[in-house]
Every structure is written in C-alpha cells, then in structure tokens.
Design a protein around this ligand. Structure first.
Ligand SMILES: Nc1ncnc2c1ncn2[C@@H]1O[C@H](COP(=O)(O)OP(=O)(O)OP(=O)(O)O)[C@@H](O)[C@H]1O
Ligand SMILES: [Mg+2]
Length: 160
C-alpha cells in the first residue's frame, strides 16, 4: 500500500488540500492527526471545518477535550452534519477519552472525527474507518503531510 505524501507550502495550499480531502469524506471516518507542537494539526482541522461550512470557531480550548461543530448546508446535504474535534494533548490515560463518550461518535454516519495527538490514543488504530495523517515540519511555513498506510486502506479519490 502506498503512503501518499504531499508538500504544503503555505496556509492557502493547506486550505486547498483540506477542501479536496473533505470532498472524499462520506461520514463515519475518524482521522488521527500526528505531529509536533505547532506542526499544524489545528490549522488542518480549521481548514477542514471551513470546507465543511462550519461557522463556529475551531480552537484548542484548554479544558475541553472534545468539541462539536455543526456543518453547513452543503455538507449536511451529503449526510455530514457534525465535525467532532478532539485534542488528546492533555489526556493522562487514553481511557479518559472513551469514558467521556467518545465511542458514541465513532463510526456515526453523519459525523467526521478529527483527533489531534492521535499517537496518545493507540486504541484508535484498531477502529474501522480510521486514517492517520502525519504532519511534519519542513522549512518555514512548509509542511509535509503523509497518510499512514498502517491505518485503514486509503480513502478513495484522496488528493495526491
Ligand atoms: N503550511 C502550513 N500548515 C499548517 N500550519 C501552518 C502552515 N504554515 C504556517 N502555519 C502556521 O503554523 C501554526 C500551526 O499551529 P497549530 O495550532 O495548527 O499547530 P498544532 O499542531 O495544532 O499545535 P498543538 O500541538 O499546539 O496543538 C499556525 O500558526 C499556522 O498558521
Ligand atoms: Mg492543535
């Protein structure tokens, strides 16, 4: 299985990439984001949210582990109604995530889930519909995005 890689030069390119990626979503996916502090995990979720027509602000709030955002009419019309955004940075045990009801949203057909610091939640890797995106630094604003072949088979029509 290949591991599609993409070099992203700036936020405008991230926006385009996220929009292309969102077009491949069907609902029910869980996307794990792995990358160092400041790599651009939240930035990616923000661009995904924009492409989904989310109006509420996507941030990384200090005390909220899991946030929900209603999508816009376009995404809703194709069955994707909710963006669930998890930031696992402050998790002490991965069980905490499951204890707050995360499992209720996994695989939910009208929901797409994005988990920052997914490497802190190894149990994600066994989930059907799980895909992992690594975001690495290059020079300046340049980032390298790569999909992990060890998670689910690649999404169809995934942008190169
Ligand atoms: N090509 C790019 N892709 C992503 N972010 C970029 C890019 N170029 C610049 N940035 C900037 O890098 C920063 C990334 O911060 P962001 O909060 O998204 O990182 P993060 O991985 O979520 O960090 P944290 O580990 O603190 O959650 C933002 O200020 C963003 O504007
Ligand atoms: Mg973040």
């Amino acid at each position: 299985m290949d591991m599609p890689e993409k070099t992203i030069h700036d936020l405008e390119e991230l926006k385009e990439y996220a929009a292309g990626f969102v077009a491949t979503l069907r609902g029910g996916e869980t996307i794990g984001l792995v990358g160092e502090l400041g790599a651009g995990k939240t930035a990616f979720v923000q661009e995904v949210a924009r492409a989904l027509g989310v109006e509420s602000a996507v941030t990384s709030p200090t005390f909220v582990l899991m946030g929900f955002h209603k999508t816009g009419a376009g995404a809703a019309a194709r069955g994707i109604r909710t963006l669930c955004h998890v930031d696992a940075y402050r998790l002490k045990e991965e069980s905490e995530l499951w204890e707050i009801g995360f499992g209720d949203y996994v695989g939910k057909p009208d929901t797409v889930i994005f988990v920052e610091w997914a490497d802190r939640v190894p149990s994600l890797r066994g989930l059907p519909g799980y895909h992992e995106l690594k975001i690495g630094f290059d020079e300046g604003e340049v980032r390298r995005l790569s999909w992990d072949a060890a998670s689910s088979p690649p999404l169809q029509d995934k942008p190169e």
